[in-house]
Design a protein around this ligand. Structure first.
Ligand code: FDA
Length: 584
């Protein structure tokens, strides 16, 4: 007999674990989360919070989304991405990032009701954790996962209470390992991985200093510093990273992974800060220092029976592109509703197999992207003439050469501009953030071929209702003028039918099947004098069906089936789709 029983035990209260707990609690599923430490993240870590993640928070509730905005640094202050010799030194170039460029901002605004922002993990985790615990999650801090065994009916997990040293067992129907980049759950579950850990060395120096005079006129979250040694290890170049504008900062500085990790004491850390800021006597308050390794590893399996892993447990990569906690929270959004449906007997257990089928390719994609982004600093160093010498004097001469009135210098200037502009794949890769499409047994495409990306799929979001894609966002309007996103009509743990005039048969079918299958299916008609009006035509422009057709949306806001027009027997057709998607 186990000490504690729950339906889902989650190991870890990071972005993945806390999001998973918050979603399960919101769906009314009994769950428990543990963390081996006494509290949540104690250093800021991940910051960039992309629109897709904000949509997950919005799905948890407008209060949750709004609270994130209260604490976050606004998108307007994020994107003058600066390349310089130091903050006080010469600026080499700049690129608008994170939706700061007006063309990119337009794409952001057109594709989501939510905004990208910069929210340190020290503020994101408490928000998710509070949401979980206030909605029913049981939580146990200072409790360490030790091991698990699973059988046909559930999982028995052994933990250690770190306050008493005593072991306790938890019996759950499912176990979720959200225990970070050194995941013991993933190891014990025998998950398979590709790639390599420890491909580069890096250090984080967290400090307080008022840098307003260097940055307020070019507000950004990232200031890249080219100095001798800046291309060794780390994330591609020395970085001064805003934590809170403009007096709390993080420096990321690399070291050679083939050498022992450096001793980063306060004196060394202060020197690195002053070198990168470029002010020898800058008053600095060092808050913490740590060394870490750059990883390039992703799971090829994310499930073993009743055990699932998510977050850094399954994708281990550098912070480039800001994909760490975003992908972790999005993993949770994919798995939580599936666990809920299976636990409530509304779906076949095989629905859970779709989790790794859908998310493992994303893990590979983002790990590959983040590591490639590091490599893409190389051409900037080359263009500046910094690769053919380690002599600081010669390096400075090579950089100075770009100011000459020669055709060689003009070519160098062009090369510097081009290589900086190419970093758009790290700093404004909206497609990487928004284009996730799934192919699995929880999607019914009925043989419809995937629409090709018309623009660069890493840079630009491509809206489509092709089954597997995230539902496109369009504002629609209620009779009283209320404006909601199509995404707001969906999610919240339910399946949703979107149709138009002539699609009443789908509405009736949804009603009948809600009762027959015991599933909450909402139906919305969008059209003139209907529940919602498409006054701008934005929905009609993206829906890729006729008025009487249907888009069926899963609880995680991904389209799982669509029909161009009304079927002869809508109930039979919708039943076929739901039974297929839910593996009933
Ligand atoms: P995460 O590691 O956040 O959480 C794991 C949880 O599991 C913790 O609560 C931990 O205590 C718990 N746990 C682990 N083992 C356990 C056990 N045996 N028993 C019980 N509990 C256990 N990303 C980014 O996008 N931008 C950035 O700038 C940075 N910077 C950064 C700096 C540092 C120092 C680190 C360590 C990480 C980053 N990251 C980052 C990565 C980012 O923080 C990361 O992607 C997310 O935190 C991943 O969230 P998870 O919830 O998956 O794991």
């Amino acid at each position: 007999m186990a000490d504690i029983e729950t339906d889902v035990l989650i190991i870890g209260t990071g972005p993945a674990g806390s999001a998973c707990a918050a979603l399960l609690a919101t769906y009314g599923i009994d769950n428990m989360v543990i963390n081996r430490y006494r509290w949540l993240a104690n250093t800021p870590r991940a910051h960039i919070t992309n629109q897709r993640t904000m949509e997950v928070l919005r799905d948890l509730g407008r209060d949750v989304e709004d609270e994130a905005y209260i604490f976050a640094t606004h998108q307007d202050l994020m994107g003058e991405n600066v390349f310089c010799t130091s903050l006080a030194g010469e600026e080499i170039g700049r690129m608008k990032s994170w939706g700061r460029h007006p063309l990119s901002r337009a794409e952001h605004q057109l594709s989501s009701p939510s905004h990208m922002n910069d929210l340190p993990q020290t503020l994101m985790e408490p928000l998710l954790y509070k949401t979980a615990c206030s909605r029913g999650t049981q939580s146990r801090m200072s409790t360490e996962y030790i091991s698990h065994v699973q059988d046909a009916k559930g999982v028995t997990t052994t933990c250690r209470d770190r306050l008493t040293g005593k072991e306790l067992t938890v019996r759950s129907r499912y176990l979720v390992g959200a225990d970070g980049g050194n995941s013991k759950v993933a190891e014990d579950a025998g998950l398979t991985f590709e790639g390599k850990m420890g491909v580069g060395g890096s250090m984080n120096i967290l400090f307080k200093a008022d840098l307003t005079r260097y940055v307020a006129h070019r507000p950004s979250v990232l200031y890249w510093v080219v100095q001798p040694g800046a291309d060794v290890g780390g994330i591609g170049m020395g970085l001064v990273r805003m934590v809170r504008p403009w007096n709390e900062w993080l420096i990321v500085w690399g070291y050679d992974i083939n050498q022992p990790a450096p001793e980063v004491d306060t004196a060394f850390a202060t020197k690195v800060v002053r070198d990168l800021v470029g002010e020898p006597d800058l008053p600095v308050e060092i808050q913490s220092v740590s060394t870490w390794t750059v990883n390039n590893m992703y799971a090829t399996t994310m499930q073993n029976g009743r055990v699932f892993c998510m977050g850094d447990a399954t994708h281990r990569h550098p912070p480039s592109n800001g994909l760490g906690s975003n992908t972790s929270i999005q993993d949770a959004f994919n798995l939580a509703w599936k666990l809920a449906y299976v636990l409530e007997g509304k779906a076949g257990e095989a629905l859970l197999d779709s989790y790794q089928v859908e998310r493992a390719p994303i893990a590979k994609q983002i790990v590959t992207r983040a590591n490639k982004s590091i490599e893409e600093f190389g051409p900037i160093f080359k263009a500046l003439g910094l690769l053919d010498s380690i002599d600081p004097v010669k390096m400075q001469q090579n950089m100075d050469a770009r100011c000459d009135n020669t055709s060689a210098a003009e070519a160098q200037r062009q090369e510097i501009r081009a290589t900086i502009a190419a970093k758009v794949y790290e700093f404004d890769a909206h497609g990487v953030e928004m284009n996730q499409r799934y192919t699995s047994n929880a999607i019914l495409s009925d043989g419809q071929t995937e629409p090709p990306f018309e623009k660069d799929a890493e840079l630009h979001y491509h809206p489509t209702t092709w089954p597997g894609a995230r539902l496109p966002h369009a504002w629609v309007f209620g009779a009283d003028g209320t404006r909601v996103s199509t995404l707001d009509l969906c999610g919240k743990g339910r399946f949703t039918v979107l149709t138009g005039i002539g699609g009443n048969g789908w509405v009736e079918a949804a009603k009948a099947l809600s009762a027959e299958l015991g599933i909450d299916i909402r139906a919305h008609v969008i059209g003139p004098r209907q529940e919602w009006q498409d006054l701008t035509g934005d929905w009609a422009g993206q829906r890729e069906i006729r008025d009487s057709g249907l888009v069926l949306v899963r609880p995680d806001q991904h389209v799982c089936w669509r029909r161009e027009t009304l079927a002869a027997d809508p109930t039979a057709e919708l039943r076929r789709a739901l039974q297929s998607v839910l593996v009933l």
